[in-house]
Design a protein around this ligand. Sequence first.
Ligand SMILES: Cc1cc2nc3c(=O)[nH]c(=O)nc-3n(C[C@H](O)[C@H](O)[C@H](O)COP(=O)(O)O)c2cc1C
Ligand SMILES: [Zn+2]
Ligand SMILES: [Zn+2]
Length: 754
Amino acid sequence: MGEQVQDQVKPVESVKRPAEVELSQEAVTTTAQPVSAVTTATQGEKRESNGAIGNDAQVAPEVSGEPAAKRVKLDEPETAVPKTDSRDKVKGIALVKAEYLIDTYRRGPAKPATDTIIDDDAAEARLPTDSRDKSGGGKKKKKEKGQNKNREFGSWYDSIRLCNTLANSPEFSPKECRFGDKCSCTHDLRKYLKEGKREDLTTFNGKCPVWEVNGKCHAGWKCRFVSSHSKEIEREDGRKELVLVERDDVAPGNQDDNENRVGVVNIVSTEAKVDLSRKRTKTEKADKYCDWLEKETKELEKIYQAKKEEIEEQREQHRASYTEAPFLASEKRRIYFGPETPVLAPLTTQGNLPFRRMCVELGAQLTYSEMAMTIPLIQGQKSEWALMKAHESEITPPKYTPTSIVQGYDNSKDLKFGTQVSAAKPWQALKAAEVLSNMLPHLRVIDLNCGCPIELVYRSGAGSSLLDAPSKLEKMIRGMSAVSGEIPITAKIRMGTKDNKPTAQKTIERLAFGGYESRERLGAPGCAAITLHGRSRQQRYTKSADWTYIAECAALVKSYNRKKDELADTVREPDARTLPNSPDGKLYFIGNGDCYSHVQYLDHVQNGGVDTVMLARGALIKPWLFEEIEKGQYLDKSASERLGYVEKFVRYGLEAWGSDEVGVGQTRRFLLEWLSFAHRYVPIGLLEHLPPNLQDRPPAYRGRNDLETMLASDNYLDWIKISSLTAESCRKFSGDPFLEGLVLSLLSCRVLVE
Ligand SMILES: Cc1cc2nc3c(=O)[nH]c(=O)nc-3n(C[C@H](O)[C@H](O)[C@H](O)COP(=O)(O)O)c2cc1C
Ligand SMILES: [Zn+2]
Ligand SMILES: [Zn+2]
């Protein structure tokens, strides 16, 4: 699909836009301009991009690959008055080329298209209460402000439910239903198909995308594309039977297990979850460690409560009576963070499996689960364990070009997918770490969230509140590392809780070496990597991330690592207790905040001193940011290419969540969630200046074609409305069934939303 939808400016399609060409052109056309914030930024970018690694493609102009808009400019006769734009860049507003502005705003003062304030805070501050396990409808909650409010999606169930004993069986041979006559679901397949479920979708030409990939479809009769994989056959006795069709090459498997999806890993069995919920699962290591920790804490408290003059004496006593930790951490799997491994951030709701799968395809090298709460994990709650599922592409090794030898690193044993958890108490963190490491072999790291700003999380003593509880934080990390087997433990922190009072350097020191007392006796806590989001809790998204501070912290971590190397170089065996991280592991440092382009990425890696950069909203707004980083250039994606990503997301969503009513609803819901970010993308071909700032809101503008206009609406209800208009025109010249289906499903989504 996709390519049938013609862009008016055809050559722009899949054109790589060498940033340097744009920049040099800019130099010509902006000479008469006052030096605005943008031109300064542009020059800054030019300077930064010079000589940047991987930037060759960017510097060499590709004549054939030049965007049409660009060529028009170059072809203009020399006498033509160079186009200048007298409008000044207004902070927070994207400077869209005048020809794309909608009349009211043309050359007028820049104003955003609506007064809706982008509320990323609200999007982040959404607790992962939704279930990926077929929970269906939502509950009524009070109205919230902003674009990214929690939306209601109505009921996703069939009006008559089909008993699961029939769901994957031929009509005449259902499995036995243990509820017999008391079963509340129907056992009449024909009635269900006629009256119980909605008609098949026409999206994807009516062909089931799950079946197309796998040759079978778990949703069976409940699939919203079932007519593409079922038929009626005539039996010898003349009876007509409805049967499901499987492709010949499909190995017979257990189709009944709703959990098992082709290509999905980290699935924990229902029995294991039931065992957890009934407290039948043992966490021996965590329990032992917590017992020891309790005693240890009491001893330490005695010291802290002692009078000054008594302290030394107490300390001595304590040291004498000190009992060793019950066990040491096992050797960890080595991991690697480097310039070639851009990281996709943990993202509640948005960082779902289909989205991550798409990002991996576009070049994300490391991914994280959405933040999971440790208590529901320990209690075996299905929805929390569903967050651990990953796509098989996420358990492949990240990219690695060994420029320096990382001790003991074996790239083939490394993988992309890590999980993030939130815990308020050490015992929660430890139990969860032990259970996770026992049940899920495919976890790269277990990351402890120390940055979540949500009030509820903060007040419970988890998330960013850990930044003000360094001793507890250390206990958690040390303990998690002790019980997590070979899985490394990492932490994601913020600058601090309060504005203008950054504490990250202290936190980093604590995570690298441990507190004074524990450092002496126990050595480093074993934190393998730290990610710093360059904002405070208080600040949320109001100001830009502080990359100067991030760079200072990066320098600190570098100095720690150097210390370690120096010690290792000397003849004497380095004392593990004086080293950051685990005895022989390097402490990695990842920067995070406002990275929206490959230019910024390179700058942070090269000049900011971070090992790599974590991308959150940048990846949500344009997932091909990873591709831009890999290629070292801006990519002017056409509207049909962008719609192609929407299609991809839908396919991946149906594969992950199923193609039945619930799975389709789930897919739609998360598609709309993602679009609430993706619509913010202003195609770079429409911008007066580079670099784009994805935080900027555009004034009302039209795209280079209807589709581009449709994708740009900043109100999701409008988006759906516009899409129905566009569907008409699309249908006229493309007859594209996918578009038609997409629009139909979005329209029915609107019905559900309203
Ligand atoms: C929708 C949304 C959900 C988020 N969920 C999480 C999360 O679950 N865990 C976490 O550590 N950070 C979360 N964050 C914060 C991001 O990981 C990241 O630290 C922050 O957005 C700054 O990066 P950016 O400027 O690239 O967006 C979330 C952010 C957003 C916008
Ligand atoms: Zn039944
Ligand atoms: Zn199907």
